[in-house]
Design a protein around this ligand. Structure first.
Ligand SMILES: [Zn+2]
Length: 232
């Protein structure tokens, strides 16, 4: 049973305090970068966006730049440590081709068929595995312009949209593997954990508590309340 996606608030021209300025805190998003497993943003189920401001629009533009620079065809907000219910897709993976799609507060429904295809993830560099997913799916969402999106998807676009939607649910493709492959994935994820902990120990990454504080602050600035924010 499809549920209407939540419409975000109308786009405002209000950039808030010192958008892009050096001041941290407040609603400022600041510069984005890809984060890798096990950054806590990747395990977090994102809440519906209720406010879209200039700072977030800038961030979405930056997400496309990061996606193209990394050779990706889709990118979810939590892959750049933003706790927002949105992802972007361009199946051509190039700024000069294909359509740049932004899905805000997406809802998936009507899964049909089964397809197995190899997937990778910018949050798990170097890991590629066969993943079984529905072949077709209906996505409903909102565009950055506040227009409703309703697309019945198949092929690569259906694959990418489902992969990115999983990110918003705090899931990675490694959560969808059959037993033998899941065992192999668990071993790989453990090595990612060691690398991440090492970078934190050397001060190259903030401690987890600081990462969580930032997520909480950004979430409070633009997301709806927990109750009633479920998109399905
Ligand atoms: Zn991914």
């Amino acid at each position: 049973m499809p549920t209407d996606p939540h419409p975000p608030g109308s786009v405002t021209a209000d950039g808030g305090a010192s958008a892009g300025g050096p001041a941290e805190g407040g609603n400022s998003i600041g510069r984005l970068e890809l984060v890798e497993f096990p950054h806590p943003a990747l395990a977090r189920r994102s809440r519906a966006l209720v406010q879209i401001d200039d700072d977030l629009c800038d961030a979405i533009g930056e997400m496309f730049e990061i996606m193209y620079a990394s050779g990706g065809v889709g990118l979810a907000a939590n892959q750049v440590a933003l706790p927002y219910r949105l992802f972007i897709v361009n199946v051509e993976g190039r700024p000069d081709a294909g359509d740049e799609l932004v899905f805000i507060n997406p809802v998936l429904s009507r899964p049909r068929g089964v397809a197995v295809q190899e997937e990778g993830c910018l949050s798990l560099p170097g890991v590629r595995m066969d993943v079984r997913r529905p072949e077709r799916v209906l996505v409903e969402a909102w565009s950055l312009d506040g227009e409703p999106i309703r697309m019945d998807l198949d092929g690569l676009l259906a694959r990418v949209v489902q992969h990115e939607f999983d990110h918003l649910e705090g899931r990675l493709f490694t959560d969808r593997l059959p037993d033998a492959a899941a065992l192999e994935a668990r071993r790989l994820l453990e090595s990612f954990r060691e690398v991440f902990a090492g970078r934190q120990a050397r001060g190259e990454l903030p401690p987890t508590a600081a990462l969580l504080d930032r997520l909480d602050r950004l979430e409070a600035a633009r997301c709806g309340p927990v109750a009633g924010s479920a998109a399905r």
